[in-house]
Ligand binder design. Structure first.
Ligand SMILES: [Zn+2]
Length: 207
């Protein structure tokens, strides 16, 4: 498995290109921007992006979905509870004064516990509401793609539409902190971390 981190846009969102070394099939975790640099990176590995796995529906994570979907032919997946955010993409863009982009069409909804296979990679969907109602994490091998649920020494904000700190706390405590401590965490913004590190050092959890 190859993991490439692509930092996109003014909100510095992390998009992760995850490639199966054997089949060259790949997924893109969130698509927040520049199509050309994403495809250039994929081409370096001869990778074919099969799925666009969205961690949630905020604009900085989905603004690049349409291009990856229509030009690279990737299927757009997201949790149903964040459909309202995809539908409000234009409103979100206007609110933040961000450049215009097309709204993607959702191909499939993901749900808690679902398994997505790409080449020899297997991703498990973990529904972690709180930052947004349809926030999910994707777990593969020893890597967790956490979106804006859990950051290095921090957590996602919960003051946006549909956010709930109570839910976020429950998601992290009951669904993420019960995972193997060695699992590396790749958040939607900022540096990577691990479950073990966050259990000890994350200031939001009484450490
Ligand atoms: Zn977000």
């Amino acid at each position: 498995m190859i993991i490439k981190t692509l930092v996109m846009g003014s909100l510095q969102v992390n998009n992760y290109l995850v490639i199966c070394e054997k089949t060259h099939n790949a997924v893109l975790i969130d698509a927040g921007g520049d199509y050309n640099s994403t495809i250039k990176e994929a081409e370096k590995y001869n990778a074919k992006i099969k799925y666009l796995l969205n961690t949630h529906g905020h604009l900085d994570h989905i603004a690049g979905n349409y291009d990856i979907q229509t030009k690279a032919g990737a299927k757009v997946l997201i949790h149903k509870a964040d459909e309202f955010l995809v539908e409000s993409l234009q409103k979100q863009l206007a609110m933040y004064g961000m450049p215009n982009c097309e709204t993607p069409k959702i191909d499939e909804f993901v749900e808690d516990g679902q398994i997505i296979s790409v080449g020899e990679l297997i991703f498990k969907v973990i529904h972690t509401p709180g930052h947004s109602p349809g926030s999910v994490c994707y777990l593969t091998d020893n890597a967790l793609f956490a979106g804006d649920t859990l950051f290095a020494d921090s957590v996602g904000r919960t003051d946006l539409p549909g956010g709930s700190y109570e839910e976020l706390e429950k998601s992290i405590k009951n669904k993420l902190f019960t995972l193997d401590e060695a699992i590396k965490v790749y958040p939607g913004h900022g540096p990577s971390t691990s479950i073990g590190h966050e259990k000890i050092h994350n200031p939001f959890f009484g450490c």
